[in-house]
Write a protein that binds this ligand. Structure first.
Ligand code: ZN
Ligand code: MG
Ligand code: ZN
Length: 504
């Protein structure tokens, strides 16, 4: 492997260390790369490695001037207003099916997003005069770096041929001595987490993104799927990034039990059984009801991340993504409402922490990167079947897989009834076995979809804590990192180019 150096916070930061505590940076040889920094004690340690190998000791403590000690962002990838309403209706149905839908009132059924002090809306379009609708990479880059780029790029500016990395809000937090975390149900190298802590011209460069995470060690807590990008057996270059992460001081875990036992301040958790169909963590309904998995829930991952990061005296920045809402939007899967409701529980877990009297001032927000699927609550009738939606016990992905193994319509009928509670007619069974199960189920529930892809609508945003009012309006996606930098008192300039090398 070629030499790799993340230069932005080594050479530069020695000039501006006077008023900030800087991570300990033991210079060490790493995977043959000279000069990678460990960041092994972003959590309160305070020494800076100089180019001559000596270390400059710096005073610790939180010297930022912002109103918040910590910031937490929850991103339900692909969630528009219908997703929020869908979670609410599912909850209302569960709480009182007799009263439904009359209990969908503020008094009748509340979500955790309702606890937020401010509600706003965010724009989603990328930096492209010819393209209104974004992908997750461009949307996330706007949110993480304060500057827009073409779809597919991870945290840079320019073009694919002439790509220049720009600094992210997470890197600014890390440079200020804060602890940082990325938690997701997708591959940890997927676009949304990647844009906070890596820089590549193409989101498909998962192996390179994994390498940057491990070598830079700017992220203290990394939890998600996508083990194959770290596994020497599966990586093209054969590098063992899991062993490298352990050398960097990360505790490595891959099951929910192991996550429970975490006692290190740096954690790499790679969960989920990878299949031909998916290298992400399982969908909520498959984790919860199919249940043949040792993956943690997103709420557990959130709790562990907060517990670990809050040990840092200098505060923390944490991004939590409910990343597969987007996938269920693309797939037109009604189980998306279960996934979104899990995300709401995650936001509730975050707000419980924020509102705990012993918690230092913490800013929290939930906002999606864009909407997916053109999801609508109602398709071609004046009612929906929320009992059927509530009864879903597997994702469409699971059902499609299972149907491949089943012989004959009787077995398929049994499978569908077991996993959805629906007794399909002969005609529906013919359609389902003919590859149209999605349409059959949506016709039953009357959930509507206008797109297989992302849509252009603005997305709802919920903000809580210091400076929440900054987001209580219609704002641009580039303002997310700006507002968070402000509330944390970080030195941060949107679109700041950094001297950063990546491997093609
Ligand atoms: Zn997205
Ligand atoms: Mg995502
Ligand atoms: Zn998508």
């Amino acid at each position: 492997m070629e030499s790799f150096t993340r230069m932005s916070d080594t050479s530069d930061s020695s000039d501006k260390t006077d008023d900030r505590s800087i991570v300990s940076a033991n210079r060490r040889t790493f995977m043959g790369a000279v000069g990678a920094i460990t960041g092994a004690s972003a959590l309160g340690g305070s020494a800076l490695a100089n180019d001559d190998g000596s270390e400059t000791e710096l005073s610790g403590g939180d010297s930022r001037s912002g109103d918040a000690h910590n910031a937490i962002v929850v991103i339900p990838d692909g969630a528009g207003q219908a997703h929020i309403s869908g979670a609410r209706y599912l909850k209302a149905w569960r709480e009182d099916p007799e009263e439904f839908p009359l209990n969908i009132t503020p008094d009748g059924t509340s979500l955790n997003v309702d606890r937020a002090e401010q509600i706003g809306g965010m724009s989603t379009q990328p930096d492209d005069p010819d393209q209104l609708i974004t992908d997750s990479a461009a949307a996330g880059t706007a949110m993480a770096t304060g500057t827009k780029i073409y779809s597919g790029a991870i945290s840079g500016i320019g073009t694919e041929e002439n790509f220049t990395p720009v600094r992210t809000i997470l890197e600014a937090a890390h440079d200020a001595g804060m602890a940082t975390g990325l938690v997701t149900t997708t591959e940890i190298t997927h676009a949304t987490p990647a844009k906070f802590a890596s820089h590549v011209p193409d989101r498909g460069m998962g192996e390179e993104i994994a390498r940057q995470y491990v070598e830079n060690a700017t992220v203290d807590v990394l939890l998600g799927g996508g083990k194959h990008h770290f596994d020497p057996e599966e990586r093209e270059d054969g590098e063992d990034l899991i062993a490298c992460a352990q050398e960097q001081g990360y505790q490595y875990v891959e099951t929910d039990d192991e996550l429970d036992s975490v006692d290190s301040r740096k954690v790499l958790g790679l969960f989920g059984s990878e299949t031909d169909r998916s290298t992400h963590m399982s969908y909520y309904v498959d984790r919860e009801y199919v249940g043949d998995t040792d993956e943690p829930d997103l709420v557990d991952m959130t709790e562990m991340a907060i517990e670990t990061l809050s040990k840092c005296d200098n505060g923390f920045f944490l991004m939590i993504e409910s990343g597969r809402v987007d996938h269920q939007g693309h797939a037109h899967d009604n189980a998306i409402t279960h996934e979104q409701l899990e995300c709401d529980e995650v936001f509730g877990t975050v707000l419980d922490y924020v509102e705990d009297p012993s918690t230092p001032e913490t800013f929290a927000m939930q906002v999606a990167d864009h909407e997916t699927g053109g999801m609508s609550l109602g398709a071609d009738a004046y009612d929906m079947d929320w009992e059927a939606i509530d009864n879903i016990r597997a994702s469409l992905e699971y059902l499609d897989d299972a149907m491949d193994d089943y012989q004959g319509t009787d077995e398929v009928a049994e499978l569908i009834e077991k996993r959805t509670g629906l007794e399909l007619s002969y005609g529906e069974l013919m359609d389902a076995t003919g590859g149209q199960l999605t349409d059959v189920l949506n016709a039953r529930t009357q959930m509507g979809w206008s797109s297989d892809s992302h849509t252009a609508e603005e997305v709802p945003a919920y903000a809580h804590g210091p400076n929440a009012e900054f987001f209580g309006r219609y704002f641009d996606n580039t303002e997310v990192s700006v507002g968070i930098a402000d509330v944390l008192g970080l030195e941060f300039e949107p679109g700041q180019e950094i001297d950063y090398e990546y491997q093609e």
